[in-house]
Design a binder for this molecule. Structure first.
Ligand SMILES: Nc1ncnc2c1ncn2[C@@H]1O[C@H](COP(=O)(O)OP(=O)(O)O)[C@@H](O)[C@H]1O
Ligand SMILES: [Mg+2]
Length: 219
């Protein structure tokens, strides 16, 4: 579904932070992206989300060479990808429900079309009772789940989650992991960036390990 061939990335005139990455994210696959802080996990997630352009190499997304796309063609591809940012990025003046519904409003859907889907998804992530409150009163774990629900509401084929357990306690981390596994079982590809070894030990999944700009894959 997404394929990198000899991809390299540098910021400005700095050194290459990612080098010669060649790999594929397959449909319905589940993988961890790991490596120490500063290894380039977030940069790689941004490349996968097509919000950053590589400085060399080729990225194919859903069968298309991304370097040959017009700017106007990118949003349609990105809509097939859900992303959970490390810092959540919830809008503080909108309720949990409104935050999760926002991606659908943006593409012009009416509330009558999506209301029950949003409510159902909020219940699935365990926020059924927190629908009508504003993000500032949510706990870290609740914000995390709201951000996950917002990433999933458009039913993406690929979910990217950047350090989704970075701000939660171990029981909630296990619960979030079960949520991602269940989502994968329902057919969504999942990439979880994490340096949490305890989390990765809980599932026998593919590991993509970044170190010194290079990627090692443990299938
Ligand atoms: N916007 C940016 N401009 C310049 N350098 C950046 C930028 N974002 C990240 N970097 C650098 O790229 C490297 C990888 O960062 P990052 O992708 O955030 O790693 P990780 O998520 O694994 O901690 C780091 O050296 C970081 O300083
Ligand atoms: Mg990061």
């Amino acid at each position: 579904m997404i394929r990198f061939e000899n991809v390299g990335l540098r910021y400005g005139m700095g050194p290459e932070v990612l080098r010669d990455l060649t790999f594929e994210i397959r449909p319905q696959s589940f993988q961890f992206l790991t490596g120490p802080s500063g290894a380039g996990k977030t940069s790689l997630m941004r490349l996968l989300f097509l919000s950053l352009t590589p400085t060399r190499g080729l990225i194919r997304a859903f069968g298309k060479d991304t370097s040959a796309l017009k700017k106007s063609q990118i949003p349609a591809l990105r809509r097939r990808i859900g992303i959970v940012f490390q810092d959540f990025r919830l809008l503080e003046h909108l309720t949990t429900y409104e935050n999760v519904a926002l991606p659908l409003r943006v593409i012009g859907q009416e509330e009558s079309q999506y209301r029950s889907d949003v409510v159902e998804l909020l219940k699935w992530v365990g926020l059924g009772e927190r629908m009508h409150v504003l993000p500032p009163v949510l706990s870290g774990g609740e914000k995390q789940r709201a951000a996950i629900a917002r990433a999933l509401i458009t039913r993406p084929e690929l979910l990217l989650a950047d350090e989704p357990t970075g701000n939660v306690d171990p029981p909630l981390a296990r619960r979030l992991l079960r949520l991602f596994i269940e989502l994968n079982r329902l057919g969504t590809s999942v990439v979880i960036a994490t340096h949490d070894l305890a989390l990765m030990e809980q599932v026998d999944a593919r590991r993509m390990e970044l170190g010194e700009g290079r990627l090692q894959i443990h299938d």
